[in-house]
Design a protein around this ligand. Structure first.
Ligand code: NAP
Length: 531
């Protein structure tokens, strides 16, 4: 008989991954408990409430497809959904499938260790709770651990400071305030235009300029939505044939094999269309340096056309590889630097020295501000797992095993840690794709894998070291054939001091990855050992 705090599966996190994992496992008749640090569901969309927070994947695609009824019922209002709407959607899903009864909120998992004798995971929480479970699924998110730079004097700051990924639930109004934003990644690029409209003055502290393409967000025409829903399965099917799991036209031509005029026409059309489809302009953009330069040059020219002060335009113009950091999608970002109340500070010329009572100090000068916004990103892909004391066989700590970088089989499991699964973990396409279909694919695969072990009466399933080595080598080899590792991005952990430099996601593309996962399952979970 099961003890009340013993489950078949404990899931960590109630974002989109945890919610669907719970639903799927419950459907199979398993007992499940979800531990969630926040006081509500939604993960990323629960925490990232900063002004302008919006998804850069179109709403008709950034949604679950496991339930036809759900995808037919839900009505999106904009081409790109804003954070409050996505959070409403997450809550709607939780309600529709009665998920909250198995979720324990305000419960942060602090430790998980595998008890070899019992063949079970012991999971400890920050509020003194303890569970045991045959399986543990980490649905902890790829971008959930805030990176807050260790700035001297922050504790002496007289104003308020925020991190975009941990935004307060109450409305933050910057009207009449002097604000400093640190960072110019996606979160900054979305929030800066809105903060600038409110603030008396906004200082933007930039370390590396980023490429941003217009979103061209607009209300979603109900007729267009209806047309998509009439063949939703078709859209989903087509999207799954795309490298990043998002449906947009991909030009198979090579940038260097067309005339300059044709190239320009293609870039202009994509610029007008808006969004991530710009990445589909030419097939060689991310593999050929010269091809890449043509896209980079096009965006730099656009920045020059928009930003009136030539010095500011140059400072805002990236020089690194186009697209090897996550492409940003903006609404009025570059235009914001034409406002008289916005000042760009290049921290390469004037490094941030620290924080004083009255503001930010950079290059020896104090910028008096009433509020600081850290738009400084996340300890991506491994940060949330590193925060939990995870111990596998013989008490081995995951952090130790991953000291030189994450090592997984398919990004779903790691040798020496039986019955532990990671949804969209390092070594899977995850952040390089539309997260929702990637999450669904992992959830379904993991559920099938658990079922496979149970049906055979086996208590433990884990990857072999040989299979893991082979997968890690493949992940590295594929990344090495692209321009991706050339930037100091969070994909390689470069934003976190001391983090090993390893390209973490799998760049082989969603279709190839899914095929590999399916083949492994069809071969009786090849590369996994059952005990
Ligand atoms: P990010 O892309 O990592 O950007 C962080 C920014 O902070 C960078 O400009 C970084 O500069 C700067 N920074 C970090 N530490 C700093 C320091 N000590 N001093 C000065 N500058 C510092 O983080 P993010 O903007 O939160 O975005 C993370 C990811 O979340 C995105 O790439 C995207 O995948 C996702 N996201 C998506 C959306 C969307 O759907 N639209 C919105 C927001 C976020 P360096 O570049 O020099 O490191």
């Amino acid at each position: 008989m099961q003890h009340f705090d013993d489950f078949d599966v404990v899931i960590v996190g109630a974002g989109f991954a945890g919610l669907y994992m719970l639903h799927r496992l419950r459907t199979l008749g398993l007992s499940v408990r979800v531990c969630e640090a926040g006081s509500g569901v939604g993960g990323t969309w629960f925490w990232n409430r900063y002004p302008g927070a919006r998804c850069d994947v179109e709403s008709m695609e950034y949604s679950y497809q496991f339930s036809e009824e759900l995808q037919q019922q839900w009505e999106w209002t904009e081409r790109y959904a804003a954070q409050p709407e996505i959070l409403r959607y997450a809550n709607h899903v939780a309600e529709k499938f009665e998920l909250c009864r198995d979720i324990q909120f305000d419960t942060r998992v602090t430790a998980a260790s595998f008890d070899e004798a019992a063949g079970r995971w012991r999971i400890k929480t920050g509020n003194g709770g303890e569970f045991t479970a045959r399986y543990c699924v980490m649905a902890t998110g790829c971008l959930s651990t805030a990176n807050i730079p260790n700035l001297a004097g922050l504790d002496t700051f007289a104003g308020r400071w925020y991190h975009t990924g941990h935004w307060p639930h109450e409305r933050v109004d910057f009207t009449g305030l002097r604000v400093g934003v640190i960072g110019t990644g996606s979160s900054a690029i979305q929030s800066i235009p809105i903060i600038a409209q409110q603030a008396e003055h906004l200082y933007v502290f930039q370390r590396t300029p980023n490429y941003a393409v217009p979103a061209r967000n607009a209300p979603l025409d109900p007729r267009e939505q209806q047309a998509i829903k009439a063949d939703y399965a078709g859209l989903r099917r087509r999207a799954k044939t795309m490298r990043n799991g998002i449906q947009y036209p991909v030009n198979e031509a090579l940038a260097l094999e067309v005339t300059e005029q044709e190239r320009r026409r293609e870039y202009e059309a994509r610029w007008e269309r808006g969004g991530l489809s710009f990445l589909g302009s030419f097939a060689d953009l991310l593999v050929d340096r010269q091809a890449n330069d043509t896209a980079a040059e096009f965006v730099r020219a656009k920045i020059g056309e928009v930003v009136r002060d030539p010095g500011v335009a140059v400072a805002l113009s990236p020089r690194n590889t186009f697209g090897c950091k996550r492409l940003c999608i903006d609404t009025g970002y570059y235009e914001t630097f034409n406002r008289p109340n916005v000042t760009l500070i290049d921290v390469n010329r004037a490094p941030i020295d620290g924080v004083a009572r009255e503001g930010l100090v950079a290059g020896g000068k104090t910028y008096a501000v009433d509020a600081i916004v850290f738009a400084t990103g996340f300890d991506a892909m491994t940060g949330a797992l590193r925060k939990i004391d995870i111990r596998g066989r013989a008490g081995t700590r995951l952090e130790e095993k991953w000291a030189e970088g994450p090592r997984t089989y398919l990004g779903v499991a790691t040798a020496g840690f039986p019955n532990l699964f990671t949804i969209t973990g390092p070594g899977s396409p995850s952040v390089l794709t539309n997260m929702l279909p990637s999450i669904e694919q992992h959830v379904e695969w993991i559920a099938d894998c658990i079922l496979h072990a149970r049906e055979r009466g086996r208590g433990c399933i884990e990857p072999t070291l040989a299979a893991e080595h082979e997968w890690v080598a493949h992940v590295n080899e594929v990344a090495g054939g692209t321009l991706f590792p050339s930037c100091n991005s969070w994909y390689v952990g470069a934003n976190i001091p001391g983090k090993p430099r390893v390209f973490m996601p799998y760049i082989g593309g969603f279709p190839r990855y899914v095929e590999a996962c399916n083949q492994i399952a069809a071969d009786g979970y090849a590369g996994f050992a059952l005990a």
